[in-house]
Design a protein around this ligand. Structure first.
Ligand code: ADP
Length: 448
């Protein structure tokens, strides 16, 4: 059940409840202990009195009457041979004989007289005589009663203090949560750069704030990437649209002969083609981001897949008089989604053909890496990629050489798609390339 009370109130109540319980148990313990030690004291006093009376009875029986005045033993009685030998005046007045069951030995016992007063009574006896003595418990009982009143009055007082102290302490301990909540309330999509206050990084609230701030950083990065992606995508979409528009406008300025119109329509269609490819790529990446394109893994023979992709693109290589060959060594199999992997390889090979100058050579190799993982390599004799670009080359819309890439018709998403295709198959892409020394892209996949 969810409580409607605030954490501060609940902490205070728990604290006060536990503390009051401890005080109660402690008070009860003190009372029992003090009571036991008070009665043990009376019993020792009684035993001593009986010993004294016994001694006087045996050695100076005629002095027994002076015991009360000399030793302060005011309540006792002596019976000898079944007859009452002596009893003090106090014994007789209270009629303490009623506290004794018979004339035999009796351990210490408390007895309540008809007037409401309590006496502690003890007796020793042998066949010829019996001695009994008593002590008024009144003062001890008063002491116990006073102690009980003090403890009983102190317990609610301690409870009250515990509530006040607990409320104050809980307020102090929880104050960082309030500060964090206030700050978190102010953070919106536009101010994701702001952070929660972190008091002590070692305590629980500090760690919570740090974790929350890390989440904010990740959100901020994701938002930044999204903003950049949207800006880049808009820019990329605008370029062909502007081209179509200006080609159309120029064509409309003056009448042209039919051959020229064909040229205009041809270049417009080229731009439409580019737009279509761009939108297709954007759609594919958006579907990938949303997790809609889930890979269905199966055992794939890489050489067959590489052959298939190479045949598909061979016509492009032939157009540029490039040699395109697939080298398959021993049979290599990988566990992956063939359709998605094909897309990745297609983009790598398409890039190789696109960026390698006419007459160059492109080689596709399927083999196991040194650590035994299945891999596909795409190597070209193109311009290569300077090391400075290696880190960012797989980012969306990143181009090593913007002018050249746009001229060759690239939309800047080929490598991003290839990376997604390989990563979603639990693989990775390695790049070995230097400027003007060709490029080698290696897809490394999980084995079967
Ligand atoms: P694009 O559509 O521009 O080709 P990609 O994401 O496919 O976009 O590639 C990003 C950039 O990487 C390209 O603009 C190009 O500069 C560089 N690149 C990719 N593949 C090669 C390659 N085989 N040889 C040289 N440069 C390449």
């Amino acid at each position: 059940m969810r409580s409607r009370l605030s954490v501060r109130t609940r902490l205070t109540l728990w604290h006060a409840g536990v503390l009051t319980l401890i005080v109660c148990v402690f008070s009860a313990g003190i009372l029992l202990f003090v009571r036991a030690s008070l009665f043990a004291g009376i019993d020792r006093q009684l035993s001593r009195a009986l010993t004294t009376i016994d001694w006087v009875y045996h050695h100076e029986p005629e002095e027994i009457g002076d015991l009360a005045s000399e030793s302060g033993i005011v309540l006792f009685r002596v019976i000898a041979g079944g007859k009452l030998l002596y009893q003090t005046e106090g014994w007789e007045r209270v009629d303490l004989a009623r506290a004794l069951r018979d004339q035999g030995t009796m351990p210490s016992e408390s007895w309540k007289a008809p007037d409401g007063r309590w006496y502690r009574v003890q007796a020793v006896a042998d066949p010829s005589y019996s001695i009994a003595a008593a002590i008024d418990e009144g003062s001890r009982r008063d002491t116990l009663w006073t102690l009980m009143v003090i403890l009983a009055a102190g317990t609610p007082f301690a409870g009250g203090l515990a509530i006040a102290g607990g409320y104050f302490l809980a307020g102090r301990v929880l104050s960082p949560v309030g500060a964090m909540a206030d700050k978190a309330r102010q953070i919106t999509a536009d101010s994701l750069g702001e952070r929660l206050p972190v008091g002590n990084t070692q305590d629980e609230f500090g760690r919570l704030a740090t974790v929350f701030n890390d989440t904010l950083s990740r959100l901020n990065d994701a938002f930044d990437r999204l903003r950049r992606f949207t800006a880049d995508a808009s820019h990329e979409l605008r370029t062909p649209l502007t081209a179509i528009r200006s080609v159309g406008e120029i064509a409309l300025q003056a009448p042209l002969d039919p051959g020229k119109y064909r040229d205009v329509i041809g270049s417009m269609l080229e731009e439409v083609d580019r737009l279509t490819r761009l939108v297709d790529s954007l759609l594919l990446l958006t579907r990938a981001d949303s997790g809609a394109a889930q890979p269905v893994r199966e055992v794939v023979e890489l050489a067959a897949l590489a052959d298939n992709v190479a045949e598909h693109l061979r016509v492009l290589a032939e157009e540029k008089q490039q040699s395109l060959s697939v080298h398959a060594g021993a049979r290599v199999e990988a566990l992956c989604d063939p359709a998605i992997l094909r897309l990745g390889l297609m983009n790598l090979l398409h890039n190789a053909i696109k960026y390698t100058p006419p007459g160059g050579a492109i080689d596709v190799r399927t083999k196991a890496t040194a650590s035994g993982q299945p891999s596909i390599e795409v190597q070209d004799t193109g311009p290569g990629i300077p090391a400075a670009h290696h880190k960012r080359i797989f980012e969306r819309f990143y181009r090593a050489d913007p002018g050249r890439a746009r001229d060759s018709g690239g939309v800047g998403l080929g490598l991003a798609i290839a990376l997604w295709a390989v990563a979603s198959n639990n693989g990775r892409i390695e790049l070995e390339s230097e400027e003007s020394k060709g490029s080698l892209f290696r897809i490394v996949l999980p084995g079967t």
